[in-house]
Design a protein. Sequence first.
Length: 309
Amino acid sequence: MPGVRNMPMGPAMFIPNSSVSRRLLPIVLAALATPLFGQQAAPTQLPQVTSTAAALLEEQPVDETGRPDWTSSRRFPSTRVYLQDGPGEISFEQWLRQRDFEDGTKQARFQEEVEIGFPYRFQMDLYETWAVDASRTTRQDESSVELRYALADWGKIPLNPTLYVEYARVANDADTIEGKLLLGQDLAPRLHYGFNFAFEQQTTLAHSSAYTLSQGLSYTIIDQVLSAGVEMEYSIETEHGNRHDPTQGFVIGPSVQVRPSRQTHLDLVMMPGVNNASPVFEAYVVFGIDFGKVTGESHGYVPASVGGR
């Protein structure tokens, strides 16, 4: 064919010093490299992690029941909430309860209490109580044992119901047995609530009975340090043969809790009476210390939801 012998063949068609070839060469190489190395990988999408941690440390779970930290430090002396100790934990509290009455008499009671946590949402408390009479004579008043059982882990049932039974051996008087329903929960961040319904019955002598409704509301001012609120207690007492004329009392007043450290707490409550059958006032001072687990382990429980925080 005419002109064929004058047409360059093979690689000679690309002239290295040609300005056009220098511009096309990078484009050709890039096109050839694309099938070899594939398309650029999309950025890796990490799964979204949503933290369920509460804003306050005192509202974080402290053991496998999921109960918040504030339940470990008895927030309401007049009202118990759920469990105070996890399995294997021990704590101690020193109580002072002072009552002043209209007739000028006073009643002071000192109480030592040891709380022990058990598996399966059980807790046992041991008490020793001393009374101081008007002549400032101190005498042993009663010894008692208390058992609590929480029906479910914290937050599984509204108000976290817990059953309570106590037997008291009373000096110079009839022994008593008492049952309670303990309720409590977080109403909102920083706002904690507790409610108790109690029935107490003497086992011998006058067979007196007492019904008590108590509740407490607390607001956290400084996380794990300071909170303030209000507590109240309404009681009805009757005796066998005189059930139609019960004695009714009602006290209500402010409460404050200070936690000097993670393991200690100090509760102060002052509840004036509002009727003639009530004390002029009823006051509590409670100091407690949490020893943690008897194995020496500290509060090391970290829920999975905040484990990587």
